[in-house]
Unconditional design. Sequence first.
Length: 94
Amino acid sequence: MGSMSIPETNGIFATHYLLKEKLSSGRVEEVWKAEDWTAEGAPVTLRLYAPHIRLDHHSLELLQGEQEERALLQHPHLLIPTHFGVHEGIPFDV
């Protein structure tokens, strides 16, 4: 198992997330059940944005701005991402 270009089951994403199961898939995002190897295999959920079509620089900036705004929301029924990053041109949050 090495790095990969297109996310797949049992593939490694962003050097330390083991993708276990694709939970959902839409036109511009996929949600994966994964294990975080930097946290002793702790279960996490990854949302990958546009994994099959790479976003341009402007689109990445807009998405990052949206992520920063979402991080400010507080509600007991909302899951707020703990990390946002871009790996091999694929933006993702954890």
